[in-house]
Ligand binder design. Structure first.
Ligand code: DGL
Length: 261
């Protein structure tokens, strides 16, 4: 079993920012990455759809032989983490916005959270705030359209720049000194966000924490190691198009195949 791949999934190619951290920490694992491009973006989809889709994907990945699953999507986690855990017999790492570390780091007492509408409206996010950020002011900014614009037009496109102008300004105006990148697509536009905030603003993503958690779970299940550092990218969309987007974001060409859960 330890020679089987770790599955990683997202609505699209945001999860590659998490995969990068996983490979940095666990370079010898094999990875099966699934981008559910056909349904990108998740951020504006109904919760019940995301729950059913998330469970179907997780079950199919487990059946395909994945030894563990990383849900590399805050939106899918917000809508479906409990259902996925209940329905899937392999270790699951689900990620959520880094509100807790942000609340511990802020000096100004104001943290910003950039995420999808679905994530910010979820019960899970409200709980996260209630449990860990009651003592600070949280400026939660939904970024509708940003994840898909990053993929379709590129992280430095004028469309993305315009969206960042709109979404980051309220955080700077409110005096946030820590910004949570609450969607796995947003590390692709880290520079663009940093440029719009005062110097010294901390930008937090959860890639490294997720990698440590995956390592713990694999070790606990005696599943660590056994791979060859292989990476296979799969999409429910059009492989040719996704190949070009992977190249633009990841910086090198990776083979992309069609896969449907
Ligand atoms: N990458 C996803 C997340 O972390 C969502 C992007 C989307 O499909 O809206 O929330």
């Amino acid at each position: 079993m330890s020679s089987q791949p770790v599955a990683v999934f997202d609505s699209g190619l945001g999860g590659l920012t998490v995969l990068r951290a996983l490979r940095a920490r666990l370079p010898h694992e094999d990875y099966f990455y699934f981008a559910d491009t056909r349904f990108l973006p998740y951020g504006d989809k109904p919760e019940v759809f995301l729950r059913e889709r998330g469970v179907a994907i997780a079950q199919a990945l487990a059946q395909r032989g994945a030894k563990a699953l990383v849900v590399a999507c805050n939106t899918a986690t917000a809508a479906a983490a409990e259902a996925i855990r209940a329905a899937t017999p392999i270790p699951i790492v689900a990620l959520e916005p880094g509100v807790k570390p942000a609340a511990g780091l802020t000096q100004s007492g104001v943290i910003g959270v950039l995420a999808t509408t679905r994530t910010l409206h979820s019960e899970r996010f409200q709980r996260l705030i209630g449990n860990h950020a009651n003592h600070v002011r949280v400026v939660a900014q939904p970024c509708s359209g940003l994840a898909d614009a990053i993929e379709s037009e590129g992280p430095t496109s004028s469309r993305v720049e315009a969206l960042l102008d709109t979404f980051v300004a309220p955080l700077a105006a409110a005096g946030a000194d820590v910004v949570v990148l609450g969607c796995t697509h947003y590390p692709w536009v880290r520079e663009g966000i940093a440029r719009r905030m005062p110097a010294g603003t901390v930008l937090l993503d959860t890639g490294e924490a997720v990698a440590r958690q995956l390592e713990r779970l694999l070790a606990a299940g005696n599943l660590l190691g056994g791979g060859h550092g292989r990476l296979a990218v799969h999409t429910s969309g059009a492989p040719q198009q996704v190949t070009a987007t992977v190249h633009r974001l990841w910086g090198e060409k990776l083979p992309v195949e069609h896969w449907e859960p």
